[in-house]
Design a protein around this ligand. Structure first.
Ligand SMILES: *[C@@H]1O[C@H](CO)[C@@H](O)[C@H](O)[C@H]1NC(C)=O
Ligand SMILES: *[C@@H]1O[C@H](CO)[C@@H](O)[C@H](O)[C@H]1NC(C)=O
Ligand SMILES: *[C@@H]1O[C@H](CO)[C@@H](O)[C@H](O)[C@H]1NC(C)=O
Ligand SMILES: *[C@@H]1O[C@H](CO)[C@@H](O)[C@H](O)[C@H]1NC(C)=O
Length: 510
């Protein structure tokens, strides 16, 4: 019964699964809290030339101004005006134009489950000065009135989500005190669709739907069905927007990610949580077990999955995954995790790009995890500056610019469409695999050195390892690997190396 329903949905809406990246590009990067003018510059100077397919941007709609400007204020909408600390509509359009012109598409984080919280108060303390009265449920900038919220539908005693085991409470009640929009109403659906269609007309390629678990799949579908095709200045005729829904499903909960497959892709939160355990070698996990990584690990089908090592929530201990999640704070393990993800064929991949904050643990909890982006004294977001060595300044971490990660973005483009091949493991934490005859990667996450000859599947020749260095002109700044006529190569990896893994591909042949 449930299964046949699923197939019905998949048949109806197949178009929203396509990420709409340009041919030859295979991943997107989340430039969390960046200003539109910095993203435009980054598309031109770095993302376009290095094969990135797109950028997930922070919410573009006007939000509440909160004391001390925490990052969560971006998830507290006040209207659908394109007007935030990241920039105004003119800057937004300029970003979309400039990024599209260099083959990098824009994916907007959309908050449509709720407006700001009931505690927000009354006034115009919003990023564009739109009036709101959260007690009266009034948002003049949309406009929404008390009729547009789920007040009378929610059956919990507190008005919030008292029990996550009750799917009705999860969808109809207030998430963390945020005013829950009545998405069953045509008026509300139209207001949201108008906003998204405005973004589509400007030239965006798709949407991340925040808090999708807290919306009924059918309500999301009703909004999506009102969306226009993408702007034909940059996209082929009849292209549907890419949709990926944030649904946290680590298994065993009341709400399953599969309920949302009919609308588009879904975030696979098990991916980063489980890979974190494997790479940290917790719970008896070993990299050798990754041989059947993918659906066999109880993940959703690969062509429904949006995958990532960490996101803006779980890198700071919010949302799903817990302590196993790898982040830039554990840079050595993190690079292995991102490297594995980008080499492996499962899912559509997103890499994270963060800002620093001073973690401060009290009883195992980071009490500074609320902190917003690097800001000036007047509250504006600091520019992303670029240092002479290509790293970023002003506390922007720019993981996507780390050589190992940037080169694995290129690796994934080079091996796109190639089969998973030539798996090898030592029964422990040394593993290797290839992608057809285009690329090969090998990890040593054991506590001893490795020295091994393996079949890479690659054509004979001299290759430049894109982890310890990269090919620059005719030179290689890293290790060189010789592949024999039979496709074999010798790999020596010290367990104490800064990066105990090696990756080679046919575009880095010397
Ligand atoms: C598509 O984008 C172009 C360039 O920005 C713009 O002139 C045009 O109006 C847009 N088309 C639609 C249908 O919105
Ligand atoms: C796209 O649609 C427009 C308007 O219907 C039409 O004029 C044009 O020929 C179409 N382009 C292609 C490539 O099909
Ligand atoms: C805020 O401060 C920054 C850095 O000093 C400055 O560049 C910017 O123009 C200021 N913005 C406003 C709105 O005053
Ligand atoms: C793992 O690899 C090393 C050498 O590469 C080997 O000595 C060891 O026996 C292998 N197996 C296990 C289970 O550690």
């Amino acid at each position: 019964m449930q299964l046949s329903l699923l197939f019905l949905f998949i048949g109806v809406c197949s178009a929203h699964y396509n990420p709409n990246v340009e041919a030859g590009r295979t991943s997107i990067v989340h430039l969390f809290e960046w200003r539109w003018e910095d993203i435009a510059a980054e598309c031109e100077r770095y993302l376009g030339p290095n094969g990135f397919g797109g950028v997930q941007i922070s919410p573009a709609s006007e939000n509440l101004i909160m004391t001390n400007r925490p990052w969560e204020e971006r998830y507290q909408p006040v209207s659908y005006k394109i007007c935030t600390r990241s920039g105004n509509e003119e800057e937004f359009s300029d970003m979309v134009n400039r990024c599209n012109n260099v083959g990098v598409h824009i994916y907007v984080d959309v908050v449509m489950n709720h407006m700001t919280g009931y505690g927000a108060g009354v006034g115009t303390s919003s990023t564009c000065g739109s009036y709101f009265n959260s007690g009266a449920r009034e948002f003049k900038g949309v406009p929404y009135s008390f009729l547009d919220f789920n007040e009378y539908k929610c059956k919990s005693s507190s008005g919030g989500i008292d029990h996550y085991s009750d799917a009705y409470q999860v969808r109809d009640c207030q998430l963390l005190g945020l005013l829950d929009l009545a998405l069953e109403k045509d008026y509300v659906r139209c207001k949201i669709a108008d906003y998204l269609n405005h973004l589509i007309s400007i030239g965006v390629a798709g949407f991340r739907l925040d808090a999708s678990k807290h919306m009924w799949p059918g309500d999301i579908k009703a909004v999506i069905s009102r969306l226009d095709n993408l702007n034909t200045t940059w996209f082929p005729n009849d292209t549907r927007p890419f949709i990926y829904q944030e649904v946290i499903d680590l298994g065993g909960g009341t709400i399953s990610a599969s309920e949302y497959f009919g609308n588009g892709r879904v975030t696979e939160f098990k991916y980063g949580a489980k890979l974190g355990n494997v790479i940290r070698k917790w719970n008896g996990e070993k990299m050798a077990y990754l041989k059947n990584w993918g659906e066999d690990w109880a993940f959703m089908p690969s062509d429904r999955a949006l995958v990532f090592i960490d996101n803006h929530d779980n890198q700071r201990g919010h949302g799903a995954g817990g302590a196993s999640i790898l982040t830039f704070f554990d840079s050595q393990l993190y690079k292995m995790g991102v490297g594995f993800m980008l080499a492996h064929p499962y899912g559509f991949t997103r890499v994270m790009s963060s800002y620093q904050w001073p973690r401060y643990f009290v009883n195992g909890k980071d009490t500074n995890n609320w902190m917003g982006p690097p800001s000036n004294a007047n509250g504006s977001i600091k520019a992303v500056t670029i240092n002479a060595d290509t790293t970023c300044g002003n506390d922007w971490v720019c993981e996507h610019r780390w050589r190992q990660i940037k080169n694995m973005i290129i690796f994934r483009n080079v091996v796109d469409g190639q089969s998973f091949a030539n798996w090898w493991d030592n029964g422990s934490n040394q593993i290797a695999f290839g992608r057809g005859n285009k690329g090969f990667i090998i990890f040593n996450n054991d506590d001893w050195n490795m020295d091994i000859k393996l079949n890479t599947g690659l054509p004979a020749g001299l290759y430049c390892d894109v982890i310890s260095g990269q090919k620059e002109g005719t030179d290689c700044t890293g290790k060189q690997i010789t592949v024999s006529i039979e496709g074999f190569a010798r790999f020596q990896i010290s367990n104490t190396a800064e990066d105990p893994f090696v990756a080679i591909h046919v575009n880095a042949k010397l």
